[in-house]
Design a protein around this ligand. Sequence first.
Ligand SMILES: [Zn+2]
Length: 240
Amino acid sequence: MSGFKHKCPMCNFYMGSFKPYGFDLPVMYEKQVVGGGRRENARCFICGCLDRERLIYMFLKHQTSLLSDNIKVLHFAPETVLSRKLKSIFSHYITADLNAKNVDMTIDMTDIPFPDEHFDLIIANHVLEHIPDDKKALNELKRVLKSMSGLAILQVPISLNSEQTYEDFSIDTDEGRLHAFGQEDHVRLYGNDYGDRLKQAGFDVQVFDWKSSRTLYPKKKNKFGFIAQEKIYIVKNTRN
Ligand SMILES: [Zn+2]
């Protein structure tokens, strides 16, 4: 772990590498799933944050002005380190989950108990692939997101060699879902049509590649230990 090749932007410690995290299944290789499976350089030795938490934090910090704003934030299935960080920054910050107990509110994403256009920022990292009616969830997210200025970050595992999202509700056992979708509680595996699905829900979609940023990819080095092929899906509610 010792060395200076990498830096964790959450705890600011330098290290030679991050820790491996995750486990692999054949489906992860076969479908080239980004955001799932085993990664060699994933968990921080010091603070314990994961690659995908670091990416979202660095995106918010360097590609938006949101971290300095007095905004209303809703964070689904909050990652521990990212959540702690955001809680220290925002005064209107709510964590939510359908099953987990250590959150502010129990919320079903298909029925969000907030008025229209309430939130400036919504984060849902690896949540939609758990929800059978993801269209309804997207409609709800759009409803509670402020139009024009509001922004949501909706990350999911994506199969890079699948054009279409794979969904089969007849697969209804833990083992079946594990083999088909890569995790016992996933109900689909998104493909390259993920952005189109977000557009169909009425969002404007922007796809951010961290390799396009000199700050996130300094000297073309993966200094912060991001997932090489992960892109951030940012959606806005700019349509009527
Ligand atoms: Zn750290």
